[in-house]
Ligand binder design. Sequence first.
Ligand code: OXD
Length: 332
Amino acid sequence: MGIQICSFTPLSPLEVRLIEAVSPEVSLADFGKWTGDERQRQALARSDVVLAWTARFTRADAPRTRWFHGVGAGVDHLLSGDLFRGGDVILTNSSGVHAAPISEFVMANMLALARKLPRLMELKREHRWPSGQRGEFMVDEVAGKTVGIVGYGNIGRQVAARARAFGMRVLGLHSGRPRAAGTLRWGAVDIEPDAMYQPGQLHEMLTASDFVVLSVAATAQTAGLIGLSEFRAMKPTAYLINVSRGSVVVEEALIRAVREGLIAGAALDVFEQEPLPPDSPFYDLPNVIVSPHVAGLFSEFTARMADLFVENLRRFLAGEPMYNVVDPERGY
Ligand code: OXD
């Protein structure tokens, strides 16, 4: 009967051909996105492999499925249903695919915060040249400053390499598990941090950091990881940059920390509730950059994700160890 693959993420004709070229056994139905209509449900009921961002269906809807590839790096949104409960569906993610663009986004935010870009843009909008106010822009350089990276995985490592190139000191917080065995790396440069902290040493790392970058997976262990006592541990001149998930930060505590000057500001790409509601206080906090969960968007995303999927499909069919296998219990 061959290997039936259902894709609920849009693929180009070339990507479909590359996937089908892995074996004459393979046939792929690309639906672009999940709508749950009858045609999709019938295809899903026959599929051995599913490729999708999220799973709005149950194990009973996909009884033959043996492997699910998650289009994102985070899999938190995939784990609420029963698809992975029985332990008989392999779950892989796309960690590494957009580590470089996300780390570029982190650096863009770091420099924007350090060089007060939001304020400069405000002046431009107001057609103002701030004569006599230039002292406001007498800032510190990021060279020599310290970045503390919470979650030293694919994204964290690429942030580290870029920060090092800017002359920064790099601290990493270990997730506590050994590094996963191999993936496609897309030219990633691995650097050792100046110091690696263990999970119990979060406060020590926060105290030493001028920028704290959250690139950790959203799990039961990391929910609410950064709350009021963590903001109190940070320097009043430090900034928080979150490209992980909103659940990692206690948002009320963050709002308070920025308002009361416990920290200097933040750049947030992810929120507890997305879309961020229009009345969210984050929009009005002057020292906070808000972006609508775009850090990972880049033009080559699907092509790279398809490369990873093709290599994993080859491994799946050959019974070889696959890249980016996620433990649903652990959540990463
Ligand atoms: C992801 C994301 O998880 O972009 O991949 O948020």
